[in-house]
Design a protein around this ligand. Sequence first.
Ligand SMILES: Nc1ncnc2c1ncn2[C@@H]1O[C@H](COP(=O)(O)OP(=O)(O)OP(=O)(O)O)[C@@H](O)[C@H]1O
Ligand SMILES: [Mg+2]
Length: 236
Amino acid sequence: MTLLELTDVTASYGPVRVLEGVSLSVPEGGAVGILGANGAGKTTTLRAISGTVRTGGRITFDGRNIRGSRPDKVASLGIAHVPEGRGTLAQLSVRENLRVGAYLRKDRKAIATDLDYCLDLFPQLKDRINSRAAALSGGEQQMLAVGRAFMAKPRLLLLDEASLGLAPSTAKAVYAAIRRLRQESGIAMLVVEQNANLAFTLVDTATVLETGRNVLTGSADELKGMDEIRRAYLGG
Ligand SMILES: Nc1ncnc2c1ncn2[C@@H]1O[C@H](COP(=O)(O)OP(=O)(O)OP(=O)(O)O)[C@@H](O)[C@H]1O
Ligand SMILES: [Mg+2]
């Protein structure tokens, strides 16, 4: 079953249109990648979904129209956005950040269970549970951002460049945890990633954006085998 569907989505910042017609769909429990060069419109596509940019076209989630919905409404339907640059609350502790992620929930026992799960998924956070987010390393902040989004108990996670600025080994560790989260939780994921090698360890299918349009969509295996993808995104 399709969970999220974008059909011919456009988006503009003021008078400047930067998405010219993006279409993609994420099945229930599926993981879909968005690849593309700097400025292609990857981040804007995620913003179109979470309601933080002006959009046209059609966006449905679980069969209902969400295009033009406010960000808090979109979040309450079960979409959690891990933005580019992480967006953790610098002055709050790790524990407080994770609690903030669960602010819309009332199921206290399940929140406590999920917090434990989160610390099991990211053991480094356990060691830093009372530290301010600002004092964490880049990798730990990324883990916290993913953990915070998970604490909202979403049905769909929007991940924007989770590997950005991290050492290769740290980026791999972050992706390993996200793969485990996917397997164990069944949360669907829409994953923006410049590092296609990493993206392909997580996603089933991907779409390539160029200047605000899809130019190629296929399974991870198909795309990995294409010369133009190898040249542009896989370093060879
Ligand atoms: N807040 C903004 N105001 C005006 N233009 C913007 C804004 N954010 C992005 N843009 C423009 O929209 C286009 C798409 O940007 P977007 O951030 O979606 O690209 P991206 O694919 O995420 O790139 P990157 O890989 O660098 O993160 C770019 O031309 C960018 O300059
Ligand atoms: Mg971006």
